[in-house]
Design a protein around this ligand. Structure first.
Ligand code: MN
Length: 440
């Protein structure tokens, strides 16, 4: 899909919601990401909202007040639900129509300003939920830097397996344990085998890690038994959100052969509350990362000229860590890494196409996460396993060090897009704090 620039991207457009016009806001009027919210502590029904500055636009309230009509009426009605699935099923013409209408509603000069008190809920007064009912969650392994770094720990002479440059590698994740940002993550208990022991022990993980990832949220999907072309796949994609694929490395290294990760990953996956649409991301599309000339071309079903030209999204991701003692002393979070999503070896369209290529049906709100996003330098690595080389080279965090996460540690992922001539947009925060393990 060739990205389209329209009035919704106009960098000169301002909102009557003042906080959206602050340059540091993740949510200027050019962004308009979707989430699901309710007023904190209330019994009111959860519903779809759109982030604007420090506020949430209640889409259902805007519908009731008559601001969303014409082509926007049907997608606006789908937003009266406690999940985005209905909107996701409608497809791109409906998504575009709603975005145009929301942009006009929130633009400076709109009559809607007089109904501000009914249209807006302050984000600080709201509970933000997982934005969609995710039926299936798949996690890929699309960063060649991550795959190489991790592979080298196990196979120093041959870090990349021969399939990597042909197959977008993935595993089936667990949808039931997807939690919204700011949910505590309990340290998992499981089997690990100490290197010198003859038998495994069953106890709390000693190697709890995060993984900085971007999740692709699927739109209408494909029928069982049918596949998607690369062009269809790109049309399928609703938007992107931040994901933390929490991982217990000691459990993982004992269980992962021969069928891949299982309980080392299924205990929790945190998602950010806001899904940034592909429409909002149009200005930040870049060519797919160049493959070295000696690498094979993707097989024809994954090879598409449009995707080569626009398949990347230039998102800068940042991970920060704050320990319990830093919180108690009021010390700001420590930035651990910064990486670029555009460096991934496989594009989101290639991951979607590959996923559906065997006839597997993708459904609205399926979540396809990218895998850990890493660059080539120590300050661009997306998990502690890589940064600390399995704990052997601990990371300094304030006046402490970390091989892996300790109880009370809080991990925050942020993402942003910037390009000259366009507004800066952000992804909000994907945050979680480690809770101590339950008694074994
Ligand atoms: Mn992962």
């Amino acid at each position: 899909m060739i990205p389209t620039i329209d009035e919704t991207h106009d960098p000169a457009r301002r909102s009557w919601v003042d906080s959206a016009n602050q340059p540091a806001s993740d949510f200027p009027i050019q962004n308009l990401p979707y989430g699901v919210f309710r007023r904190a502590g209330s019994a009111e029904p959860a519903r779809v909202g759109v982030a604007i500055g420090t506020m949430i636009l209640d889409v259902s309230a805007a519908t009731r007040l008559g601001y969303l009509s014409g082509d926007a009426a049907v997608p606006a009605l789908a937003c009266a639900a406690p999940a985005l699935n209905g909107l996701l099923a409608l497809g791109r013409p409906a998504w575009r129509a709603l975005r145009v209408a929301l942009g006009r509603l929130l633009a400076a000069g709109s009559n809607a300003e007089r109904d501000a008190s009914q249209l807006l809920v302050p984000m600080v007064d709201a509970d933000l939920l997982v934005p969609a009912h995710v039926g299936d969650y798949t996690d890929f392994y699309a960063s060649i830097h991550h795959a190489t770094n991790v592979g080298r720990m196990f196979r120093p002479d041959n870090p990349l397996l021969p399939n990597y440059k042909y197959v977008p590698i993935g595993y089936h994740g667990r949808a039931s344990s997807i939690v919204p940002s700011d949910t505590g993550v309990r340290r998992p208990v499981g089997q690990r085998k100490p290197p010198d022991a003859a038998v495994p022990v069953f106890e709390p993980s000693r190697a709890l890690d995060y993984e900085c990832e971007v999740g692709a949220v699927i739109g209408p999907g494909n029928a069982l038994g049918e596949s998607l072309t690369m062009r269809d796949a790109s049309a399928q994609l609703f938007g992107l959100c931040l994901v933390n694929d929490w991982s217990a490395r000691d459990i993982q290294s004992w269980e992962y052969q021969p069928l891949g990760p299982f309980l080392s990953k299924s205990f929790a996956t945190t998602v950010a509350p806001w899904i940034v649409t592909m429409e909002a991301l149009a200005p930040y599309r870049v060519p797919a990362a160049a493959r070295p000339p000696e690498d094979p071309r993707p097989l024809p079903y994954l090879d598409d000229t449009e995707d080569q030209a626009y398949g990347g999204v230039d998102i800068t991701l940042e991970v920060s860590l704050r320990t319990r003692s830093m919180r108690e002393k009021g010390i700001a979070p420590h930035r651990v890494s910064r990486a670029r999503f555009a460096d991934m070896y496989w594009t989101t369209a290639q991951m979607i196409t590959h996923h559906a290529s065997n006839g597997c049906n993708l459904r609205p709100a399926d979540l396809l996460a990218s895998g850990t996003i890493s660059g080539t330098t120590r300050d661009s690595l997306g998990c502690l396993l890589e940064i600390t080389k399995r704990g052997a080279e601990p990371l300094r965090v304030g006046d402490e060090t970390r091989g892996f996460l300790e109880d009370g540690d809080e991990v925050t992922i942020r993402g942003e897009c910037e390009r000259d001539g366009y507004a800066r947009i952000g992804f909000g925060e994907c945050r979680g704090r480690v809770l101590s393990a339950s008694k074994v």
